[in-house]
Ligand binder design. Structure first.
Ligand code: CP3
Length: 357
């Protein structure tokens, strides 16, 4: 472990090495539930300006780390930076979510797509990573991330968030080879993008497969898992003598979660529908597990939050290999005081699970 890192709990837990307490970070920890985030976003004017201005992206990344004793920072950006760099024209519209001006649907449109060069086309992301590492000054590790090829493809083909994924599923069933061509390009793009984040200073990386769970089990394996596995195989796994752990998260995939352990990743992110004890008993010592408190628990009282934290810690059980998180992103209406209760509860209540005996 580089001596410059003052808190290495996250990296240790991801590699299933002993820790003094269970580390915690929160999906979407920098976001609208924080008044200081809302203020900076208003100042920037819109979400993409926040992402594309390294100084602002750095400030936003640090906000939750300065407010709570979290064990990691996550790069402030979005998974849709890759399709944006491919020329699809992204805007994130308040109350509507992401929208693409130029969705891709035909074989011809997909053939024309280029693979973005991270240090030129996505330079703003790499500059943000470098700046954040400097400003963090070793307080906690920095997590880099990307969307999975399948999840990126859903937005690129549908053109926006979707309820029933009719356009991309029509493509999947009618012209699977065309979809495979798109996923192949995305897998190459994601591998280059994550390796560039690692070179710029990301100390662990996570792939978000938010929509893996809308597929049938065989389709999940063919159109989502295969491409994540390809990416894992291409990632730089060591930097300056330090192992770079890889976390894969597919939401809503039920029993298929066990298959993720075979991809060569270091850790699996679990949504709140999973039973963490059951998953641990099936994957054994192969990978670490991250999760999986229901994000809605944070609406409840501090007493209930502590009780629910206790249940998940008990369910995972003794020993390292657990990174506490929510089962999906934090909701914008959550009271930041409840997040403070959550973070303290994880650190306090987890200590007995890491004592020898
Ligand atoms: O976790 C973090 O704090 C890092 C930042 C982060 C954002 N998006 C910031 C963001 C991360 C890791 C993401 C990933 C992301 N983006 C995913 C995968 C994770 C997941 O939640 O399943 C997806 C599917 C997207 C695409 C996306 N970006 C959507 C659907 C939206 C709208 C969401 C909403 O609640 O309005 C965004 C915008 C977005 N990305 C916001 C943030 C903080 C809200 C934008 C705003 O400030 O208005």
């Amino acid at each position: 472990m580089p001596s410059s890192l003052k808190n290495d709990r996250l990296l240790r837990a991801l590699l299933r090495q002993p820790v003094d307490a269970t580390p915690i970070w929160i999906m979407r920890q920098a976001g609208r539930y924080l008044p200081e985030y809302r203020k900076l976003r208003e100042l920037a004017g819109d979400f993409m300006t926040l992402c594309k201005t390294p100084d602002l992206a750095c400030q936003v990344t640090l906000q939750p780390v300065e407010r709570f004793p979290l064990d990691a920072a996550i790069l402030f950006s979005d998974i849709l930076t890759i399709p944006d760099a491919m020329g699809l024209g992204l805007s994130i519209i308040e109350s509507k979510g992401p929208m693409f001006e130029y969705p891709v649907r035909s074989a011809q449109q997909i053939k024309k797509l280029g693979i973005p060069d991270p240090e030129t086309d996505l330079r703003y992301v790499m500059d943000a990573v470098r700046l954040i590492r400097k400003e963090l000054d070793g307080r906690v590790p920095l997590i880099g991330f990307s969307g999975s090829p399948w999840t990126l493809a859903t937005y690129m083909v549908e053109g926006q968030s979707s309820k029933n994924f009719s356009v991309i599923k029509e493509l999947l069933y009618d012209q699977p080879q065309v979809l495979h061509e798109l996923l192949e390009k995305l897998a190459q793009s994601v591998a280059l993008y994550l390796n560039a984040q690692i070179a710029a200073g990301a100390q662990t990386v996570m792939i978000f497969d938010t929509w893996g769970g809308v597929l049938t089990q065989p389709a999940y394996q063919e159109f989502s898992l295969t491409y994540m596995q390809k990416i894992v195989g291409q990632l730089q796994r060591e930097m300056n003598g330090q192992r770079i752990p890889v976390i894969l998260f597919s939401k809503g995939i039920g029993d298929m979660v066990i298959k993720i352990a075979e991809t060569g990743c270091d850790a699996i992110g679990l949504d709140w529908m999973q039973d963490i004890a059951q998953v641990r008993s099936k994957v054994g010592d192969k990978v670490a597990l991250q999760g999986n408190l229901d994000p809605a628990v944070l609406y409840a009282s501090p007493e209930v939050i502590k009780k629910e934290v206790g249940k998940i810690l008990e369910s995972y059980g003794k020993g390292s290999g657990h990174v506490f998180n929510l089962g999906h992103g934090i909701h914008p209406e959550i009271d930041p005081e409840h997040v403070a209760v959550l973070v303290d509860a994880v650190h306090e209540l987890s200590k007995p699970y890491h004592r020898e005996s």
